[in-house]
Write a protein that binds this ligand. Structure first.
Ligand SMILES: [Ca+2]
Ligand SMILES: [Ca+2]
Length: 337
């Protein structure tokens, strides 16, 4: 009787053991099968992607647009005044992505007469001009051709932007005359340019801002960027004091500005993000050096001179810095520092 019970228990245990083995083997097989299926699926996806890429490259090669695996050039040309204006963009195979770099050239009878610098993004006319296609640049190029000088000869306006949070705009204005005449070719740093006919004579003036005081003894946000205006003189755009000059402020106005200064250093303690010398620079760029000197005398803080150390140190450094301006030769006499 006892032996019989032992045999039954052993039998049950054996059944449980065999059952467990069978189930666990089945689970293992299922797992392996799933992994296998997943790998197969992944390989299939990779193959599909590879095939697709190969197809795009083949097509690009056939059309002569192939550069390297993932990019191709998109060229648009328009004809104005006997010139061919050509926009060349390096775009990804997905035409809706941002262009990686671009260039604008002017040709006559196949000969290159003008090439813009390679820019990360080089825009004809305006980088916010609502382009719908990065491949066909016709509309944008057409908008870039305007007569801004009022002499019935159109100009090509090009704005090159290097990309990034700050810096740099390389601007060109090319008169499509015979021969070509470059009216403007300047790196205006962080500042874009805009057009306005300020004196109503039918010739556009250019409005922009000084860039050399960016990061000068202060962070970028606190950097003053005084207004600069350029006008067309002898076939070139130059900074023009006639348009930049403003009436001098009253003594009360200068005193009020000086009273608001808490610190002279650019550490942010002076009503961040404005620095104390912003007002002085605005006065210098509006042709009021004497008012600027009065202001600095009134507002100077001996207890917070920053890196300038002394008031004389401030003026010396300012004198050196302003010479870096791309407009300095046009404005040296006007600044009268
Ligand atoms: Ca013109
Ligand atoms: Ca004008």
């Amino acid at each position: 009787m006892k032996n019989k019970r032992i045999i039954i228990v052993a039998g049950i245990l054996l059944l449980i053991f065999v059952g467990y083995q069978l189930i666990s083997n089945k689970i293992k097989q299922n797992r392996e099968w799933l992994v296998f299926q997943e790998e197969r699926l992944q390989q299939k996806k990779i193959k599909e992607m590879k095939d697709q890429t190969e197809k795009i490259i083949e097509e690009a090669k056939k059309s002569g647009l192939y550069i390297k695996d993932h990019y191709k050039t998109a060229t648009t040309t328009i004809e104005v005044n006997g010139y061919q204006i050509e926009s060349i963009r390096l775009v990804s195979n997905d035409q809706y992505e941002t262009p990686f770099s671009s260039k604008i050239n002017i040709l006559k009878d196949g000969e290159y007469l003008f090439n813009s610098e390679d820019q990360e993004r080089c825009y004809a006319f305006n980088r916010n001009d609502g382009e719908t296609s990065l491949i066909d640049n016709t509309d944008s190029l057409k908008r870039a051709v305007r007569d801004i000088t009022g002499n019935s000869i159109p100009e090509l306006l090009i704005f090159g932007w290097s990309g990034g949070a700050h810096c740099c705009y390389q601007n060109y204005i090319v008169e499509l005359s015979n021969p070509l005449n470059i009216l403007f070719d300047l790196d205006t740093g962080d500042n874009a340019i805009s057009f306005e006919d300020l004196n109503g004579d039918g010739v556009m003036e250019i409005k922009t801002n000084e860039d050399i005081f960016a990061y000068w003894n202060v962070s970028y946000v606190g950097s003053p960027m005084p207004s600069v205006i350029l006008s067309l003189k002898d076939g070139k755009y130059r900074a023009d004091p006639t348009f930049m000059k403003n009436p001098k402020p009253t003594d009360t106005e200068i005193q009020k500005a000086a009273d608001e200064v808490i610190s002279w250093s650019g550490d942010g303690s002076n009503g961040y993000p404005t620095v104390a010398w912003k007002y002085a620079l605005d006065l210098i760029y509006s042709g009021n050096i004497n008012s600027a000197k009065i202001y600095v005398d009134l507002a100077w803080k001996n207890d917070s001179p920053g890196e300038f150390k002394t008031k004389e140190g401030f003026w010396n450094e300012l004198n050196e810095q302003i010479k870096e301006s791309i407009y300095y030769t046009d404005l040296e006499d006007y600044f009268n520092l």
